[in-house]
Design a protein around this ligand. Structure first.
Ligand code: C5P
Length: 234
């Protein structure tokens, strides 16, 4: 499932983030193709902006996917969590494993997708791809007013921290239960499963699975695509 209903305000003004072009192709199409590249993926559910489901459907119709892959488009919600829940509601009953992948991570390599699927198949209720951090992370007391210095509260040991990416993979029943039980605001799906007290495991992520969030990320994404084109040429 690909939640793609975000507006992407941090990227600057313009079309919804998922519909912006990378190498001339909408980011969402890259994300759908990245998921469909895995033999383990036979259906891609795209959660579209609430008023953009028609547009997203036409876009998917216009871009080729592998023969074995079907897709479904459903309108999303106000929050990412709500969008994922709406996607889950629309999922046909025969699928036991669900991957949730940000449209904003268009360049995830197929090996990462496969590693997540394999770990769920081997019995983990929730699996996240992750990478070590380059930066040291500080916990702060957020500033009362913008621009004011923020007191540092703690410095977690960097070697034990991971930056978590998508696709995150789930045993379907677990993810459905998490969405039915956990109402707190979360920034990823796996943390809802953690709140149920269930095990979440990490598999190696990939630097190319970065999230396109700020304008500089678009430059990096174009550079990754250019490098792939060069490598494919040889
Ligand atoms: O905002 P953030 O970068 O965390 O969004 C991650 C993903 O969730 C994006 O692919 C975005 O389109 C999606 N999203 C959504 N519905 C929302 C907000 C975000 O599907 N209401």
């Amino acid at each position: 499932m690909i939640p793609a209903a975000g507006r992407g305000v941090r990227l600057g003004p313009g079309a919804p983030k998922a519909l912006r072009a990378l190498g001339g192709t909408p980011m969402l199409i890259h994300a759908v193709r990245a998921m469909a590249a895995s033999r383990g993926v036979s259906l891609v559910v795209v959660v579209a902006p609430p008023d953009g489901a028609g547009e997203v459907k036409s876009l998917l119709d216009a871009h080729a996917l592998p023969e074995r892959t079907d897709f479904l488009v459903v309108p999303g919600g106000e929050t990412r969590q709500e969008s994922v829940r709406l996607g889950l509601d629309a999922l046909p009953p025969e699928y036991d494993i669900v991957l949730v992948h940000d449209a904003a991570r268009p360049l995830v390599p197929v090996d990462t997708v496969d590693a997540v699927i394999d770990a769920v198949r081997e019995g983990a209720p929730a699996v996240v791809p992750a990478v070590p951090l380059a930066d040291t992370v500080k916990q702060v007391e957020p500033a009362a007013a913008p621009g004011e210095p923020e007191p540092v509260v703690a410095t977690p040991e960097r070697a034990r921290l991971r930056a978590v990416q998508t696709p995150q993979g789930f045993d379907r029943a677990t993810l459905v239960r998490a969405h039915g039980t956990v109402t707190d605001d979360v920034t990823d799906d796996a943390s809802m499963v953690e709140r149920l007290g269930l095990a979440v495991v990490v598999v190696p992520g990939h630097e190319e699975a970065f999230k396109v969030t700020r304008p500089l990320d678009l430059v990096l994404a174009e550079a990754v695509l250019a490098r792939r084109r060069l490598n494919d040429g040889f």
